[in-house]
Write a protein that binds this ligand. Structure first.
Ligand code: FAD
Length: 426
């Protein structure tokens, strides 16, 4: 198959790149290992309740203009999250009074550090000071929970930059899940003549200036350029062979970009039983955080009222959960949710179904999303650098403006790589 440009990967970045190129009448071939588009946006239907659940991306973080523009194109809207938050500490639930902004304030100074340090080292003095101890604990919980990062190796500067960009502020969800956005991008690519090849894992990318040949068994595709949107975890493991190999700087950048672990379990209950407990105390609860226990947070779909709850573990606790069987992970999630209210048996009895996805074991993801190691400096920008105006890079891990690890970051990088191709080659 011949094209002007081959786009590798049909996640948010690949779809956005292919669409932007096709809009400019470039002949695009898009090749994807899975049998679906979306990548780490993965909306699945729980058959027993006929409801869609998000096993990957669910929220719109920060301003996210590209995502919101796509959402408008689908006729959808962004639904604000509820803000009633509870924390389980010392065995009982109480209303959470601190929020993300207080934790983020601690990291403001980290952006100016003369020498980067780990999150653990950065937080030590704050944790030792009684006046900031609680904020330090909250900041650490956010680094683990929402950046999916290990505080022992995560870059304090990297966290400061991402938090400053606002990309960690969780504000809304797309009405009707992310599925319509993926379907819209996919449909637009097809309508603009992009040839799409699914269930075709790329094994080798052979390239020289102005020529690329991609082996994706059983097809071989040829073009003048390629946009590679493979996740950083896949690139790091060298699962796809570059011929000639990637330059040393690219692998040095990849060594500084870690893939964080997340365990997310979608649980469907017969009825939203938590709404009736304690005379309706938790009726409008949006999120329950847990200081102890394998899952750091549970959230409802409030303000939408339904019977779905997600259990979430990020960073080291997700890595530990990965050692369990899927059935044990699900059981831990259900018990943990019930334990918030001292109602484990009720939660187990009310459960209809639960689904999860092991992103670390997934050969086409190799982790949930990226974060920076101590000393990473400009690793994301280095990963984004193109090779000889021929091989271009996109994907969330190449987002250098603080939106790494997000859908909006991925879309932006796809559009950025398409522009680079157009400027260099057309
Ligand atoms: C559990 C979880 C929760 C998340 N929650 C949120 C959230 O709430 N909000 C948010 O903004 N972000 C969230 N994210 C992150 C977000 O999903 C990603 O940042 C974004 O979807 C990445 O898009 P991408 O195009 O860069 O990568 P991907 O979506 O991973 O796309 C890369 C594509 O390359 C394909 N591929 C891999 N190897 C090969 C190969 N050898 N040959 C061909 N194709 C290959 C993959 O199958 C994939 O389709 C979450 C992620 C996870 C895992």
């Amino acid at each position: 198959m011949n094209a002007d440009v081959i786009v590798i990967g049909a996640g948010a970045a690949g779809l956005a790149a292919a669409r932007a190129l096709a809009k400019c009448s470039v002949r695009v071939a898009l090749v994807e290992a899975r049998d679906r588009s979306g990548g780490r946006i993965y909306t699945r239907t729980i058959d027993s309740i006929a409801a869609p659940v998000e096993l990957g991306a669910e929220f719109i973080h920060g301003a996210a203009p590209e995502t919101l523009a796509l959402l408008r194109e689908t006729g959808g809207t962004a639904v604000e999250m509820g803000d009633e938050s509870w924390i389980c500490a010392g065995g009982s639930l109480r209303r959470e009074v601190r929020d993300f902004t207080e934790a983020a304030k601690l990291f403001e100074a980290a952006a100016e550090l003369p020498r980067d340090v780990s999150v653990d080292d950065y937080l030590k003095p704050f944790a030792a000071d009684p006046s900031t101890r609680a904020e330090a604990a909250l900041a650490r919980a956010f680094v683990e929970g929402f950046d999916a990062a290990d505080p022992a190796i995560a870059s304090a500067r990297g966290i400061a930059e991402e938090w400053e960009s606002g990309s960690d502020v969780t504000s809304s969800r797309p009405s009707g899940t992310y599925a319509p956005i993926v379907a819209h991008l996919h449909g637009d690519c097809l309508a603009r003549g992009v040839s799409m090849l699914f269930s075709a894992a790329v094994q080798r990318i052979k390239w020289k200036r102005g020529e690329v040949s991609v082996d994706a068994h059983p097809a071989t595709l040829r073009a003048g350029a390629a946009v590679v949107t493979l996740p950083a975890g896949v690139l790091r493991r060298r699962d796809v062979v570059f011929d000639p190999g990637l330059p040393h700087e690219k692998y040095a950048a990849l060594e500084c970009i870690e893939m964080g672990d997340v365990t997310k379990v979608a649980m469907a209950f017969r009825v939203p039983f938590w709404e009736d407990l304690e005379r309706g105390t938790y009726r409008d609860a949006a999120i329950f955080r847990c200081e102890n226990g394998p899952f750091g947070a549970y959230w409802t779909q409030f303000p939408q009222r339904n019977r779905l709850v997600y259990a979430w573990a990020g960073g080291p606790s997700a890595t530990a959960l990965a050692a369990l069987s899927e059935a044990d992970r699900v059981a831990a999630a259900v018990r943990g949710f019930g334990a918030l209210f001292n109602e484990e048996d009720l939660a187990l009895g009310e459960l209809i179904d639960a689904v999860t996805h092991d992103w670390r074991a997934d050969p086409y993801a190799r982790g949930a999303y990226s974060y920076l190691r101590v000393g990473a400096h400009d690793a994301r920008a280095r990963l984004a650098d193109s090779l000889d105006d021929t091989v271009f890079f996109a994907g969330e891990a190449t987002s250098a403006d603080g939106q790494g690890g997000t859908v909006n970051g991925a879309i932006q990088t796809g559009e950025r790589a398409a522009l680079e191709v157009l400027q260099c080659r057309f």
